[in-house]
Design a protein around this ligand. Structure first.
Ligand SMILES: [Zn+2]
Length: 279
């Protein structure tokens, strides 16, 4: 079992480096996301932790997380599989994540629940003893977390926890996790201006191509895909984001309707769809 980290980032068109290694040979079935800091010296520079995160260190075989955020905000995918990042923590915390209850804050006990199979880990380069987090680093961590939550259908307010919320052994990350979760939720929220499907032209290269109209288009495409899987490709999860997968699905739908298969959903595709639905 594995998660395709680079595909989740690519769906949101998030620039990243692909330095993936094989995961540890254990079952990996994540239900949430755990945020860490590397505790590496601030003078060690950007991505100085990359090899340790990929390959591990004495006594702790790698990989040590699925993603690394460098000091300058670079996002690196390090594995799709099981990684040694969580250690043991509280089964009550895992239960709250699965039940989509808001995290209860700093863990009060060490805990004996093994966490690695249940959590995707993001390591953020920071010394953990006062090094400021740059805006670029926090933005990168927020965007990567948003991409994972969107791709896997997770609520960022309940499925993203800090290591310090998992076990009392840990202090990472040192920033406020309520604030971080709010940033992730903001990152993936719907835009305020709403459009009806067909009211504008949806283009995967347009970062503003998110919203309720996209969501409705994706629902319609999912129906078409389920009815005619050989003719219409899946748009991916209905997440309100007009990514490349949705555009490819639109192109296959347009080809089926016999109109220009450009992957852009606008008034013409809407009209052809309406005509098809009224037939
Ligand atoms: Zn940690």
């Amino acid at each position: 079992m594995a998660v395709d980290i680079t595909a989740l980032l690519a769906e949101r068109r998030i620039a990243h480096l692909d330095r993936r290694v094989r995961g540890r040979p254990f079952t990996f079935a994540p239900v949430g996301l755990m945020i860490h800091h590397t505790a590496s010296p601030r003078t060690s520079g950007a991505l100085a932790s990359l090899n340790v995160v990929r390959l591990g260190r004495a006594g702790l075989p790698g990989p040590l997380s699925q993603l690394l955020i460098g000091r300058e905000g670079t996002i690196v995918a390090t594995t799709d599989g099981y990684a040694n990042h969580a250690g043991t923590g509280l089964s009550s915390v895992l239960r709250r994540v699965i039940d989509d209850q808001a995290p209860a804050g700093r863990a009060r006990f060490v805990g004996s629940q093994v966490g690695n199979r249940h959590f995707i880990g993001i390591e953020i380069e920071n010394d953990g003893v006062g090094e400021p987090y740059s805006a670029a680093t926090l933005t990168a961590a927020t965007r990567a977390s948003g991409a994972i939550c969107l791709g896997l259908g997770w609520n960022p307010l309940t499925r993203v926890i800090g290591h310090k919320e998992w076990t009392s052994r840990k202090i990472d990350p040192t920033f406020d996790m309520f604030d971080f979760r709010s940033r992730v939720a903001d990152e993936i929220r719907q835009p305020r201006r709403t459009y009806r499907p067909g009211e504008r032209i949806l283009d995967p290269d347009d970062p503003a191509a998110i919203g309720i109209d996209v969501w409705l288009v994706q629902v319609r495409l999912t129906q078409a895909h389920e009815a005619m899987p050989d003719l219409v490709s899946s748009p991916g999860p209905a997440d309100g984001i007009y990514g490349d997968r949705t555009a490819r699905s639109v192109a296959s739908w347009q080809a089926f309707l016999g109109i220009a298969a450009d992957g852009l959903w606008g008034p013409q595709t809407q009209a052809a769809t309406d005509a098809y639905d009224r037939r």
